[in-house]
Design a protein around this ligand. Sequence first.
Ligand code: CU
Length: 122
Amino acid sequence: MSGILLIALFLAAPSWLAGCAAGRRKPLEMPLEQRLTIVAENFQFIPSTVKVARDKTVVLLLKSGDRGYGVAIEDLGVKAYIPAGKETRIRFRPAEKGEFALRCTAPATPSCLNMRGTIIVE
Ligand SMILES: [Cu+2]
C-alpha cells in the first residue's frame, strides 16, 4: 500500500515541480503586453522606428496629430484607420523576427507615399 503511494508521488513529482518553478519565474519576465504609441502627424510617423519582442502581444496606440491616416503593416496583417485628431488602438502578436514596413495608405497623396516607418521584431 505505502509502496504504491510512493510510486504515485514519484511519478507526479516532475510535473508538479516544473509547474511550481514556472509559476515562480513568471513575475520576472517582461510584461505580457508591449505598449507603444506612434503619432501620425504632418505626413510622418513619430517615432518612425520601434522595436518589439517576438511572441508577445503588441498594443499599439496610433494617434493622429492632424488629419486622418490609414496605417498598414501588411506583413503582420495589420490595417487600421486613425480619424483626424483621434486615436486607434490595435493589437498584434509578431511570430517572427525581422523588420516590417509601416506605411500610410490614406489619404492617397504624394506625401502619403513617403510616409514610412519600421517595426523591428527582435
Ligand atoms: Cu498617408
